[in-house]
Design a protein around this ligand. Structure first.
Ligand SMILES: [Zn+2]
Length: 258
């Protein structure tokens, strides 16, 4: 970037997280479509409801107007137009937990300023499919869809068809996995403290990787597409590769099992 030159940007973005900065400012972490994860400063963001309104709420989809500044890590946020807001309706505790899990995974998994168009489209679609006022059961499919696809797009999704240790064909069988080892195994090679995925769970994963979310949501209303064990597995794979526990995962699991 030439010294001293400011570069204006305009584009779609998802708000991931905000935190207070100085007296009245906010630092905002957002996932932009064309620049990946970007951090910026919203001057007077704590007070200026007129400029930003509810647009800084995590998980909000916006058209962001911001300016890259020379020799500054933080971009300057000018104004945001809300394209989709989780606050457009009442948010249930399970809806809130689902939104938090998605923004937390994005915040932790994405590098700074690297465009990730596939992941952006995944997040954009999943957020819109979450009926935030809906029942806990209705959250399971979109969140499982997001977590499994996130694993695949990050290159973290193990092949569920073969035992990592002996190479045995695991199709139509119960498979074993553990959060402390890579891959999945047959019963003979299962690691200590292993957990299982039933053939129905594995089939659910297959449907998630082969059908658009909008179709699966319709199917799910008739008969659940994915058992809870699939979400537990997908979250454990994310946590294994992020090398940390996801704060929102516990809240989500509790909301889904109540
Ligand atoms: Zn084996």
């Amino acid at each position: 970037m030439p010294a001293g030159r400011q570069i204006p940007h305009e584009g779609e973005a998802i708000i991931l997280r905000t935190w207070p900065f100085r007296e009245a400012d906010l630092v905002v972490s957002m996932f932009t479509r064309h620049q990946g994860k970007v951090k910026g400063i919203a001057r007077h963001g704590l007070k200026s409801r007129k400029r930003f309104g509810g647009a800084l709420e995590p998980a909000t989809q916006v058209r962001a107007h911001y300016v890259e500044r020379p020799r500054q890590d933080l971009v300057r946020l000018d104004h945001f137009e809300i394209l989709w807001s989780p606050l457009r309706s009442a948010v249930s505790s399970s809806g809130l937990a689902a939104l938090q899990l998605i923004t937390e995974v994005l915040e932790e998994a994405l590098p700074e300023q690297a465009p990730e168009d596939d992941i952006f489209r995944l997040a954009w679609t999943t957020l819109k499919s979450i009926e935030t006022e809906g029942s806990a059961g209705a959250m399971r499919l979109p969140v499982t869809y997001f977590c499994l696809w996130m694993n695949r797009l990050m290159g973290w999704m193990p092949d569920l068809r073969r035992c990592t240790t002996c190479g045995a064909d695991l199709r139509n069988q119960t498979i074993h996995w553990s959060s402390s080892s890579d891959g999945v195994t047959c019963p003979d090679d299962r690691p200590a403290n292993s957990r299982t995925l039933s053939p129905a769970s594995v089939a659910g994963a297959g449907r998630i990787f082969h059908s658009p979310l909008v179709d699966l949501v319709l199917e799910d209303a008739k008969a659940p597409v994915c058992p809870e064990s699939l979400l537990v597995f997908a979250i454990a794979m994310l946590e294994r590769h992020l090398e940390r526990r996801l704060r929102s995962a516990l809240a989500l699991t509790m909301a889904l099992t109540i």
